[in-house]
Design a protein around this ligand. Sequence first.
Ligand code: RB5
Length: 143
Amino acid sequence: MVKIIIGSDHAGFNLKEKLKKYFDKKKIRYEDVGTYSLERVDYPYYAKKVARKIIKNRNTRGILICGTGTGMVIAANKIKGVRAVVAYDLYSAKMSRMDNDANILALRGRYFSYKKTQQIVNMWINSKFTGKSIHRKRIKSIE
Ligand code: RB5
């Protein structure tokens, strides 16, 4: 089972804490790299922290949360080997794994349904890269 490295800024802190409780219940392994309070912080720092860890450890994937998910994705994708996506719906979450082998999921901490977020997270964690050669080729050409 994959281990999730989770990080957020202040805008994603509450959702991160909620998801950790959910992971505990579901026995999903995770590591929380912060932030650890609602004090204002800068999202690129946490994006980099999660990105570096998932690149180093094969059996890990990342979850990043800020207000919208967008800042996290922009920052994380600067790290070589990261394929970070933001998903607001189930289809994108699923296809980002199947076709793009996304290794980081960014989530929206503000103004979004928690129930939907939980479904998106579940879908993303449980979806697998198809490994089809056409997708491998495209991923390789990104790198
Ligand atoms: C913080 O206020 C907010 O800008 C940040 O969480 C995020 O939404 C950036 O993309």
